[in-house]
Design a protein around this ligand. Structure first.
Ligand code: TTP
Length: 185
C-alpha cells in the first residue's frame, strides 16, 4: 500500500490526479531551518522527516511505502514558508512582487530498507503588484497555508508572468518526479 504523509489537500488531490491509489497519514513535523542550513538541504530534510514519521506508523505492514514532501519559496537566500498571519503574508508578497524567485519541492519515498528522493526546482516571475492588489489578495484568505503566501492554482495565477519548471511542483507535489520515484527510476 502507498501512503502519503501529508495534511495538504493539494498534495492529496495531485497524487489522485495521476491515478496513484493511496491512503493519507496525518503527520506533524517541525519546520524550522537551522542556522546556516542551505535552502535545499532544509527542504529535503523536512520532506524526509515527514516520510519517515509516516513510515514509523505503518512500518509493520508488508509492502508499505510512504511519500513525504515539502515545498518552500526561495528569494535570494531567504526561505519563505507558510505565513504566520496576514501581516506576514503582505510582507512576503511585497518582497515577491516584480521579482523572480525559486520554488523548491522535494519528495521522499520511504519503504523497508530504502529511502529515495526527487527534487523539483522551478522559477517563477511575479508581476509588479500594487498595495491594493496585495491587500485584496490577502483579504481573500487564499494566502494562508501556502508557502510564499500564494497559490498558483488560485487567484495568484493572475500575478505570475512566467513559470519555468513544474506547475505541480509549485503547487506542492511534482508529478513527473513523483511518478519516476514510484516507478523506481
Ligand atoms: C507556492 C505554492 C504553495 N502551495 C502550498 C503547497 C503546500 O501545501 C504548502 C507548503 O507547505 P508544506 O510545509 O510544504 O506542506 P503543508 O504543511 O501544507 O502539508 P504537509 O506538511 O502536511 O504535507 O503550500 C500551494 O498550494 N500553491 C502554491 O502555489
Amino acid at each position: 500500500m502507498l501512503y502519503l504523509a501529508s495534511q495538504s489537500p493539494r498534495r492529496r488531490e495531485l497524487l489522485g490526479q495521476i491515478g496513484e491509489d493511496h491512503r493519507t497519514l496525518d503527520v506533524d513535523v517541525e519546520e524550522i531551518r537551522q542556522p546556516g542550513e542551505a535552502a535545499k538541504a532544509y527542504v529535503s530534510r523536512v520532506a524526509r522527516d515527514k516520510a519517515r514519521a509516516g513510515f514509523a506508523r505503518v512500518a509493520g505492514e508488508a509492502g508499505a511505502r510512504v511519500l513525504g514532501a515539502d515545498t518552500e519559496v526561495i528569494l535570494g537566500d531567504e526561505v519563505f514558508g507558510k505565513p504566520r498571519d496576514h501581516d506576514d503574508a503582505v510582507a512576503m508578497l511585497r518582497r515577491l512582487a516584480g521579482q523572480e524567485h525559486r520554488v523548491l519541492s522535494v519528495v521522499w519515498l520511504v519503504e523497508q530498507g530504502a529511502e529515495r528522493c526527487a527534487v523539483s526546482e522551478s522559477t517563477v516571475r511575479f508581476a509588479r503588484l500594487s498595495e491594493a492588489a496585495i491587500g485584496a489578495y490577502v483579504a481573500s484568505g487564499e494566502c494562508m497555508g501556502k508557502a510564499g503566501a500564494y497559490a498558483i492554482q488560485g487567484r495568484a495565477a493572475t500575478f505570475i508572468e512566467h513559470l519555468a519548471g513544474s506547475y505541480s511542483g509549485v503547487m506542492g507535489l511534482p508529478l513527473y518526479e513523483t511518478s519516476q520515484l514510484l516507478q523506481g527510476q
